[in-house]
Design a protein around this ligand. Structure first.
Ligand code: NAD
Length: 492
């Protein structure tokens, strides 16, 4: 089946006529469909449609915009299972997790639709008599939404829904590896009654992304993806002073203290390290363990990791699916080799799985390196695969120093029963997200989400913080005195 772009309320093919295939990463013989390999001209058509639609959409009362979004949330909820299956088929994570991904889109859509009746500003007293002062949020214009493949419905919802509730219009370019989930999401918005041109979908790769980030009529660029591409997006959008929101890579850390509940910590590291096959921006790819409990932790962690069932995410009982692509599993292999050469100790895993049905997909053993030194590449660089690097520490201070000693700053966690240690780490880890006695993954939609340093550029998605990306503040003064009053000068 061939899927089209969605521009100005119509499902249309790319002007260039080229398409690309979308295949199941667990089974490359399974063709999911062909999608439009769009051109910069298609992107320009979508921006033009979004610009036209903005003129009327921004004037629709926010509670009315929200009514459409509430309908969309209910439609996604009704199709949760179907959308989750499509997602597992196109990007590989296990069904339980893709259900969670769709649920996050439902939660976000309900949460942000609720903002239609809030979008709070402030009223404040004026320093002058008979004068009224307030601040209101105003929409910004056309938003380009560029997303990765690892959360193919959740991440688009984090961006598109707040953009819409604020009164903006959207051109959405999903990752080439997950266009079906994008089609599913946009189809629901259409069915819910989002007017033509308000949301547009253009599938394709870097050319489409570049066309959007450089288009003069795009006012906001909201990007989630790798730090390398995020830097390019930032540079491309800078000369026109676009508002740019970047969520990028991570190298997240779990710190396990000598008083931790070790079994709980092992559970957390398994889920945080190998959930989504390690392909989460918040994946627990580093574990720093107090030397007193290092051996016990490693023994249990390795044993539990060896027992993980790897396979097609659609099979019940499978706990870890494939990597998303040939390139991604090759990257995993490359880092396993680098880790070996650096002198890290391979404790389990380390091989690509190629026997039997595995040969049709991109499977890799869940892999743990022990005795890792903080400066090694496997402890510094984002691998985005099922590889966890375990390090030793002698104290909380050392764990925090190792934890902060990377270029990224997305998520961190501590396992301890000592409240003093928990609060110290909570204060001193320079990350956007922090967990106590839980792994580095598990964000909820009503709190801000994002990272520091090379992970983000100071914005946040989710929570009401996301509204700051998709709206601008306008301060309004109403003078009803009937005379000229000069702020900072007139005293009466
Ligand atoms: P990627 O950077 O390769 O691609 C992201 C998106 O950018 C895709 O839609 C891609 O087509 C598009 N793109 C590529 N070149 C472009 C260009 N020149 N201009 C504009 N757009 C362009 O990332 P990916 O492989 O899809 O996703 C994995 C990365 O995403 C990891 O680094 C991961 O940490 C990160 N990620 C971050 C978060 C977060 O919230 N911080 C969440 C999920 C994923």
């Amino acid at each position: 089946m061939t899927f089209n772009n969605y521009i100005d309320g119509r499902w249309v093919p790319s002007r260039g006529g080229a398409v690309f295939e979308n295949r199941n990463p667990a089974d490359q013989t399974d063709l999911i469909g062909t999608f439009q390999e769009s051109t910069p001209e298609d992107a320009a058509d979508a921006v033009a449609a979004a610009s036209r639609a903005y003129a009327s959409w921004r004037l629709v009362p926010a509670p009315k915009r929200a009514e459409i979004l509430f309908r969309a949330a209910a439609l996604i909820a009704a199709r949760k299972e179907e959308f989750a299956r499509d997602m597992t088929r196109e990007m590989g994570k296990v069904l339980e997790e893709t259900r969670g991904d769709v649920q996050e889109a439902i939660d976000m859509t309900y949460f942000m639709a609720g903002e239609g009746r809030r979008l709070y500003g402030q009223t404040v007293p004026s320093e002058l008599r008979n004068k009224f002062a307030m601040s209101v949020r105003q929409p910004v214009g056309v938003c380009a939404v560029i997303t990765p493949w690892n959360f193919p419905m959740a991440i688009p919802s984090w961006k598109i829904i707040p953009a819409l509730v604020c009164g903006n219009t959207v051109v959405f370019k999903p990752a080439t590896l997950t266009p079906l989930s994008a089609v599913n999401f946009v189809g629901v918005l259409e069915e819910a009654g989002v007017p033509p041109g308000v949301v547009n979908l253009v599938t394709g790769g870097a050319d489409v992304g570049t066309a959007l980030t450089t288009h003069p009529d795009v006012s906001v660029v909201s990007f989630t993806g790798s730090t390398a591409v995020g830097r390019l997006v930032n540079q491309n959008a800078a000369s026109a002073f676009k508002k740019v929101h970047l969520e990028m890579g991570g190298k997240n850390v779990v710190m396990i203290m000598d008083d931790a509940q070790l079994e709980l910590a092992v559970d957390g590291c398994l889920w945080g390290g190998f959930g989504t096959t390690g392909q989460r921006c918040t994946a627990a790819s580093r574990v720093v363990v107090h030397e007193q409990v290092y051996e016990d932790f490693v023994e249990a962690f390795v044993e539990r990791t060896r027992a993980l069932r790897v396979g097609n995410g659609l099979d019940p009982g499978v706990q870890m699916g494939p990597s998303v692509s040939d390139a991604q599993v090759a990257t995993v292999g490359r880092y396993v080799e680098i880790g070996r050469q650096e002198g890290a100790r391979l404790l389990t895993g380390g091989r690509r799985l190629c026997d039997g049905a595995y040969a049709r997909g991109f499977f890799h053993e869940p892999t743990i390196f022990g005795d890792v030194q903080p400066a090694m590449a496997v402890a510094q660089e984002e691998i985005f695969g099922p590889v966890v690097s375990v390090m030793r520490c002698r104290s909380l201070d050392e764990a925090i120093a190792i934890g902060n000693g990377v270029t990224y700053g997305l998520s961190a966690s501590i396992y301890t029963r000592d409240v003093n240690k928990a609060f110290t780490a909570m204060r001193d880890m320079y990350t956007g997200i922090f967990y106590v006695n839980a792994p580095t993954i598990g964000a909820e939609v009503h709190l801000p989400f994002g990272g520091t340093k090379a992970t983000g550029n100071g914005h946040r998605e989710a929570g009401v913080a996301a509204l700051d990306v998709f709206s601008e503040w306008k301060s309004i003064y109403v003078d009803f005195s009937g005379r000229l009053q000069r702020a900072q000068i007139d005293t009466e």
